[in-house]
Structures are given as structure tokens and as C-alpha cells.
Design a protein around this ligand. Structure first.
Ligand code: PEP
Length: 251
């Protein structure tokens, strides 16, 4: 049985006071991490405070990106060593907004996945197609290629701990959710890709999230699907009540 994983991606939203208020409302109300992983992916400047505020609770804190080098002349970047030092547990890699706007590539995602494991962080690797690619029937090949490149060179044990977020770009922040069948079809393909590229055991263990306009009203149906183990949620993770409903659905 794979443990469900619900991650809220705040993107570039909230001020520190809002973030702390959210965490104060949520941290003692999330279900036990024995039943579901509840994670907030916060902007870098909040991480130190939020990790401190959530210590000893079942709410985990993730970063939304990182560099792959430990240190050096990379002005404006944040290293995996720093995230680990702060107590961050997970890091989102290759979100479509970073691929589209900040030159993230499959190659940098792969380097970052290796760096995450080297520093004891768990990667949430995002993959997904544009509307144009879906309409051209390229979804399966494209997503399989993204998955293979992201995982390239990781050990079987590392792949088992990786989280893959399938996020069709046309469904992110648009209010258009893929139907649960559409979402599951691609998640099944992701699992098959992991089986072929790594092993059947790795495919069985890897957790696959769906992301794209997930909200309390549609999460139950998505989580009932055979290959969807959780959700990466943007807009609907910004309010404490809504995030708690999403996490409860994962329980
Ligand atoms: C996301 O940020 O990864 C996302 C899926 O956003 P939204 O839930 O707002 O579509």
C-alpha cells in the first residue's frame, strides 16, 4: 500500500505573517503522517520559520525549487545543503512554471534529483504536457521521456522514494481538471515507464500525484483511481480550511 501524499504548492503567494497564520491553523489538525503525508511547499524566505513552527507535528515543509550544486557562484540560487540544514524534507523539481519561465530542462531536473538524494531531501518531480501536445497525441511519449530523464542514474531505492507529480499544463491554475480517467491513464503510463526503466518493485513503490485544479470537490474521485497516490495542489492549498479538506481526503 502506497501512503497518500498531498502537497500544497503556494507558488509566489503569501507574506510571512499569512504563512505563519496558516501553519498555526493547520499544523495540529492534519491527520497522522502514518496515514497521509501533508506537505506545504513554501517560498524560500519562509522555510526557516515554518520548519521551526512545524517541528514535532505531522505537517512537513518543502521548497519549490533548488540548485543542484552545494555552493558557489550562483547568485540568487539556493543549494540543497541549505535546504537540508534548514530541516526541509521535500523539494519540488521541474514544475511546469519553472520549465516554461526559468529554463528548467529534463537535464537540470535530473541533476537536481541526484542532488536532492545526496543531501537527504525527497524530490517531487513534475511532468506533464501542454494542450497542444495533448491534442497532437504526444502526451504518453512526452511524459514517459520526462520521467525517464528525471530518474536517470538514480538507484532503485531512490526511485522508490521519489514522488512524481503528473500535471497537465493545460489544467494548472485554469480551473480545467483532467477527468479522473484521463489523469489515471497517464499516471498508469508513468508507473509502467518506471517499471520498464527501473524495476517492477520501484514502479509499485513510487508515489504518483496528480496536479491541475485539484480542489476539495474533486479530490475524492481522483484519489479513488488506481494509480493516483496523491495531489500537488496550487490555488486550493492557499486557504487553511481547503488544505485541511484535501489532506483529510488523502487519509
Ligand atoms: C500547481 O501549482 O502545481 C497546480 C497544480 O496548481 P493549481 O492547483 O492551482 O492548478
Amino acid at each position: 500500500m502506497r501512503k497518500p501524499i498531498i502537497a500544497g504548492n503556494w507558488k509566489m503567494n503569501k507574506l510571512l505573517s499569512d504563512a505563519k497564520g496558516f501553519v498555526a491553523d493547520v499544523k495540529n489538525n492534519v491527520p497522522s503522517s502514518d496515514s497521509v503525508d501533508a506537505i506545504i511547499c513554501a517560498p524560500y524566505p519562509f522555510l526557516y520559520e515554518l520548519v521551526k513552527e512545524t517541528e514535532g507535528t505531522d505537517l512537513k515543509v518543502a521548497a519549490q525549487n533548488m540548485h543542484y550544486e552545494e555552493s558557489g557562484a550562483y547568485t540568487g540560487e539556493v543549494s540543497p545543503a541549505v535546504l537540508k540544514d534548514l530541516g526541509v524534507t521535500h523539494v519540488v523539481l521541474g514544475h511546469s512554471e519553472r520549465r516554461e519561465m526559468f529554463n528548467e530542462t529534463d537535464e537540470t531536473v535530473n541533476k537536481k534529483a541526484h542532488a536532492a538524494f545526496n543531501y537527504g531531501l525527497l524530490p517531487i518531480v513534475c511532468v506533464g504536457e501542454t494542450l497542444e501536445q495533448r491534442e497532437a497525441n504526444q502526451t504518453m511519449d512526452l511524459v514517459a521521456a520526462q520521467v525517464k530523464k528525471a530518474l536517470d542514474g538514480l538507484t532503485e531505492a531512490q526511485v522508490k522514494e521519489t514522488v512524481i507529480a503528473y500535471e497537465p499544463i493545460w489544467a494548472i491554475g485554469t480551473g480545467k481538471t483532467a477527468t479522473s480517467e484521463q489523469a489515471n491513464e497517464v499516471c498508469t503510463h508513468v508507473r509502467k515507464t518506471v517499471a520498464e526503466a527501473v524495476s517492477a518493485d520501484a514502479a509499485d513503490a513510487v508515489r504518483i500525484q496528480y496536479g491541475g485544479s485539484v480542489k476539495p470537490a474533486n479530490i475524492d474521485e481522483l484519489l479513488q483511481q488506481s494509480d493516483i497516490d496523491g495531489a500537488l495542489v496550487g490555488g486550493a492549498s492557499l486557504e487553511a480550511d481547503s488544505f485541511l479538506k484535501l489532506v483529510e481526503a488523502g487519509k
